[in-house]
Ligand binder design. Structure first.
Ligand SMILES: [Zn+2]
Length: 379
């Protein structure tokens, strides 16, 4: 979901990026603040003053969103979860962990820490607004601080809705997990609740449109997003009990790393239905992953002198798994893209199989049809 983000640097060692939609939101927020909030509250100022204060307030709001996510990351780190990245986007932020919290308590604390930060920041802004008002600072500043207090409060409340993928959904997951002793029960309860809450928001947002009111359109959109995300979140539940070896395609067609791109295209890729290939060394060890899409970046005249192992993704950058790994963890963590990624199944440094997004989809569909999930046909 967040592959195409603009890098913004690192905070506490965690890479931070912004999805392009953040730019849109910043512009909309600035406009909303300048025209609908600041100008009516403090009339008679030059236009540029409204816009400057509005822009500063919008940036501060983004910073408080970031603080929310960084808290998730730091509390996660306390429970030995590594945050792969933090991405700011249209509806707030997301901290992506490399694994799931180990216990219900960790799950709940990591989830609660974000809204708590928003709540505290809201309180601080409220206090600052009070002080600024008493000390006779400009009402523009007081209004901006009051808006920040209100918005952080709303952010905390919204994120506590018991709906996957919001923080409240994770809290619900943790509670059910604790009660039943089974994490999967928690996952499906939170996903069900997510579809329900999301559906409710869609209805509340769409109904006023029948009367010609469109101001809750954003809420309908958010509801729709929650419904969709809740449906994908339950995917790992549908894969529970399966191992990587159950769904992998064994003995896949490989790209010999010491071959040239030209030889590989001519002798292997042209005769294969696949688009992504594991790369192996002369000794047969797994060294990386290459897709036809990546090879298009090698200029035609360089194909006969560029080796595959120079044009491919190195092993460290390719998703890989052990045949005995749990499929739900692997599929959830790697989320491979069709035609671009494969999960390499590596045993003793050798590629013994691959898992494509198709293999994962097939396993989920067979499960839904109550059929046993067997290995794919070799190839
Ligand atoms: Zn959060």
């Amino acid at each position: 979901m967040f592959k195409s983000s603009i890098p913004l640097g690192r905070i506490a060692g965690v890479p931070v990026g912004a999805h392009w939609s953040v730019l849109v939101i910043m512009v909309l927020l600035t406009e909303l603040l300048a025209i609908r909030v600041l100008a009516p509250a403090v009339p008679g100022q030059p236009a540029w003053v409204y816009w400057a204060v509005a822009a500063g307030t919008a940036v501060t709001f983004m910073a408080s969103l970031l603080a929310h996510e960084v808290t998730h990351a730091l509390v996660g780190r306390h429970f030995r979860l590594r945050t792969k990245r933090i991405t700011l986007w249209l509806l707030g932020g997301a901290a992506e962990f490399d694994a799931e919290p180990p216990t219900p308590k960790a799950d709940a604390l990591v989830a609660l820490s974000g809204p708590l930060t928003s709540l505290v920041l809201g309180g601080v802004c409220y206090g600052l607004a009070e002080v600024a008002a008493r000390l006779g600072f400009s009402w523009l500043l007081v209004t901006a601080l009051a808006w920040l207090a209100f918005t952080n409060g709303v952010l905390a409340a919204f994120n506590l809705l018991p709906a996957t993928p919001l923080d409240g959904g994770r809290v619900l997951r943790a509670v059910v997990w604790k009660r039943t002793g089974d994490r999967e029960h928690g996952v499906s309860a939170a996903a069900r609740s997510g579809r329900f809450v999301g559906g409710g928001l869609v209805v509340l947002g769409v109904l006023p449109m029948l009367y010609g009111r469109f101001d809750l359109l954003l809420m309908a959109f958010v509801g729709w997003f929650i419904m969709t995300a809740a449906s994908t979140e339950s995917v790992p539940g549908q894969l529970s009990g399966l191992r990587v070896a159950d769904v992998m395609t064994p003995d896949p067609v490989v790209a010999p790393g010491w071959w040239t791109v030209h030889a590989f295209l001519d002798r292997v890729a042209a005769n294969s239905p696949h688009r992504v290939f594991p790369v192996v060394s002369f000794e047969g060890k797994a060294t990386g992953l290459v897709s036809l899409g990546e090879l298009t970046r090698v200029p035609p005249d360089a194909r006969s002198r560029t080796r595959i192992d120079k044009a491919c993704r190195q092993l460290a950058a390719a998703p890989s798994a052990h045949p005995d790994d749990r499929l739900d963890k692997v599929a959830f963590g790697a989320s491979p893209r069709l035609g671009r990624d494969l999960i390499l199944v590596v045993l003793d440094e050798r590629v013994v199989g691959v898992i494509s997004p198709n293999d994962i989809a097939r396993a989920i569909e067979l499960r839904a049809l109550d059929q046993p999930v067997r290995r794919n046909i070799p190839g």
